[in-house]
Design a protein around this ligand. Structure first.
Ligand code: NOJ
Length: 713
């Protein structure tokens, strides 16, 4: 083992990083004083009321009474019970005008990939590798939601997930730490904007803290085993980045972390989040996660569950009502009043920052005029097209304008079920179907016949297959992620009938496509693209948009290979990662995606063959658009520490750039790689940069790469 260059404990390192979007100004000092005054006037019951977030149910008189009594701090609003802005104002009026202290309520909602204008699902959007798309879609969603009366979204979800069987993989930004980090930060910035009091900003609650994406066996909300190392290396970093970007809230997860449930975990909640990262917003349990501490077997009754959660650092309880027991727990000395006061202060701080005390109501006319505008639809169409990934193309795409006859078929051709899981306030009736998009967007010379009857007589068949929005998402797990048998048959039959076959896939998760690979001439992954689905698909099929998306998960050849991801460790026998029936490679690697043009990589060069621990390496590569149309390429940079004191991932994405390259042109893409980004966690989980040789690759996906080596001195 070599001697490492010790940078300091993880804690020390993290404290050096700048905090953004949080306290410090005179405004913030004023807020703290107002909180002091309020806290001094609050009864213990009212304080604990601020820590409870029941679920809003229309006409629930008991809930309204509790609001009037000052015993409710915020409401969890659900898709099925969403109110009108006028109803929302009425509920708020009870809190502000009838409760003793007039503290406004905070309304939380799952604005996950859009509010009224629904964008691609998060996994789909991540395939754009375009952080600006994440920021922009979040900003549009925030403007629609805030004007409607939603103050906080339970988003983004930055749970790194490597298991497509787990239905919630569709809600994260793929299998990679860097992508979840960058997209998470962009989403937080989009939701929160420059100023939380703006009528177009909402608070962002980052979830699910932490390790929820581990999902052993693809099972949701079941036991997971997470080591301290994978917690620190894989699951915590995206959260840290979102908190440092100013996210006002963090949702605690359902899962267990090496024996301590995430919603009762002092290490993650107090030591890491609140102490080391100096998070000053509030934590919120996931739905019933506090009462479920009893199911975990770490609390014998509701009072014990509440005591464990609040002491560990869960400030607010969503849905279950165990925190009511805290009045007694405080009075009997089992919970310190300072713990309660700190939690209440955090909630009030965010209410002040959101401007709720000064502007508790929404303007109903503005709310209605702000939804699903043509400008918002344009963002949806553009980002949906940018997210689509071309997996195969033997030349059939883009569909040529002089093509005389084409057919459109498959279960998703005229289907509006293209909004995915979490549909916010969106409506299926607003979705443009593929049939509509193609009808409106096809060249005048082209005849498109819809339905299966036409298949035998046409030269090109577009088949829209995949999975419904009701087959992925929360608690929607599968043991096998292969396309359904009937859909495989549909593709095979079309091919057998002599057609050229274009498959357009609508999916929330990576699917096994092995059975159709020999029968499809082209495969376009469209995900669940949202309200502008059909227009965006037509833009890509007809070549108005050159596809540029790339996978952010490895797509397996067979479900039995799961989990399969590019950044695993090599082990002692790297080649023995195969099965008797399938090899150890994915069908499509992480980062893969084709274009209608071709990109050539050359002349990978470094600023120096070696760098010191405080220095930055500059990496340059020339990328040429050698094809016949303009296009965008996502240039990816990976590294690997050749010999270290601990085992390292075989490759790690360190940076990427999305560049537009006109046909025939070459651009030089430059990356700057500071040596401290090569740090690892040593045997004691201390962050160090160890000297030695590193592999460095740059290229078009995690498999097809130019390679060089450099040294850290
Ligand atoms: C449970 C889900 O796990 C979480 O992601 C969501 O935000 C809450 N329910 C509220 O709907």
């Amino acid at each position: 083992m070599r001697i490492g260059i010790y940078i300091g404990s993880l804690a020390a390192c993290l404290c050096l990083l700048p905090r953004t979007g949080a306290a410090g100004s005179t405004g913030e000092a004023g807020i703290e004083k107002r909180i002091d005054k309020l806290l001094a006037r609050m009864t213990l019951e009212e304080k604990i009321g601020q820590l409870s977030q029941p679920v809003y149910v229309r006409d629930d008189q008991e809930l309204l009474t509790r609001i009037e009594q000052g015993l409710v701090g915020s409401l969890c609003v659900t898709e099925s019970q969403i109110f009108t802005p006028a109803q929302r104002n009425e509920i708020q009026r009870i809190a502000v005008e009838k409760s003793r202290l007039g503290i406004p309520l905070l309304f939380g909602f799952d604005v996950v990939h859009g509010f009224s204008t629904i964008f691609p699902t998060p996994l789909g959007l991540s395939a754009s590798w375009d952080e600006e798309a994440a920021r922009e879609t979040a900003a549009v969603a925030a403007s629609e939601a805030r004007s409607y009366g939603i103050d906080m979204t339970f988003s983004p979800m930055v749970d790194v997930s490597r298991d497509p069987r787990w239905g919630r993989i569709s809600e994260c930004y793929g299998e990679d730490v860097l992508l979840n980090t960058r997209f998470g930060v962009a989403a937080v910035r989009g939701y929160q904007g420059e100023n939380l009091t703006s009528p177009t900003s909402i608070g962002s609650c980052v979830k699910h803290f932490v390790g929820y994406g581990m999902s052993l066996g693809g099972r949701d909300k079941q036991f997971t085993e997470i080591s301290r190392r994978s917690l620190l290396e894989t699951y915590l970093p995206p959260f840290e980045a979102c908190v440092r970007a100013g996210a006002v809230s963090v949702m605690t997860a359902f899962n267990d972390i090496a024996g301590i449930p995430a919603s009762a975990n002092p290490f993650t909640l107090r030591t890491m989040l609140k102490e080391r990262w100096r998070f000053d917003g509030f934590t919120l349990s996931d739905w019933d996660a506090v009462v479920e501490l009893m199911n975990h077997g770490v609390a014998g009754d509701e009072a014990a569950a509440a005591e464990r959660a609040v002491t560990a650092g869960v400030d607010v309880e969503m849905r279950s009502a165990t925190y009511r027991n805290l009045v007694r727990s405080v009075k009997e000395g089992r919970v310190n009043i300072r713990t309660i006061d700190d939690a209440v202060r955090r909630v009030l701080r965010i209410k002040f920052r959101l401007g709720l005390f000064d502007r508790p109501y929404v303007d109903e006319a503005v709310a209605m005029a702000s939804q699903l505008t043509p400008e918002h639809r344009a963002v949806a169409r553009r980002t949906a097209a940018e997210s689509m990934v071309l997996l195969k193309n033997n030349g059939v795409l883009p569909l040529s304008p002089d093509m005389k006859l084409s057919s459109l078929t498959g279960p998703f051709a005229s289907n509006r079920d293209l909004l995915g899981w979490w549909t916010g306030h969106g409506r299926q009736s607003d979705v443009v179907t593929v049939a509509e998009g193609i009808r409106q967007g096809k060249p005048a010379s082209m005849t498109v016949v819809e339905g299966s009857a036409a298949r035998q007589s046409v030269r090109t068949t577009v088949i829209c297959i995949g999975e419904s929005g009701a087959t992925f998402g929360e608690s929607h797990n599968l043991t096998d992620v292969t396309l359904s048998r009937s859909q495989i048959e549909m593709v095979r039959e079309a091919k057998a009938g002599g057609s050229r076959v274009v498959v357009v896939l609508f999916n929330g998760r990576p699917l096994v496509l092995t059975p159709i690979m020999d029968y499809a001439d082209a495969i376009l992954v469209a995900w669940h693209p949202g309200v502008e689905a059909g227009n965006a698909v037509a833009d890509v099929l007809f070549g108005r948009v050159n596809p540029c998306g790339k996978l952010t998960s490895s797509w397996p050849k067979d479900s039995g290979q799961i989990p399969i991801y590019y950044s695993d460790r090599t082990s002692g026998r790297p080649r023995e990662n195969r099965y008797l029936n399938v090899d150890g490679q994915p069908l499509f690697p992480f980062g893969f995606g084709l274009s209608y043009t071709q990109f050539r990589y050359g002349d990978l060069r470094l600023s120096s063959p070696s760098v010191g621990p405080q220095e930055t390496l500059t990496v340059r590569v020339d990328v040429t658009n050698a094809g016949t149309c303009d296009g965008k390429e996502i240039v990816q940079l990976y590294v690997h520490d050749r010999v270290a004191s601990v085992t390292r991932p075989r490759k790690q994405l360190k940076d990427f750039k999305k560049v537009f390259i006109p046909k025939g042109k070459t651009v030089t893409v430059e990356f700057r790689l500071p040596a401290d980004e090569l740090a690892l966690l040593d045997a004691d989980c201390r962050q160090v940069v160890e000297p030695g040789e590193f592999d460095l690759w740059v290229g078009t996906n995690s498999h097809d790469l130019l390679h060089t080596v450099f040294e850290v001195k």
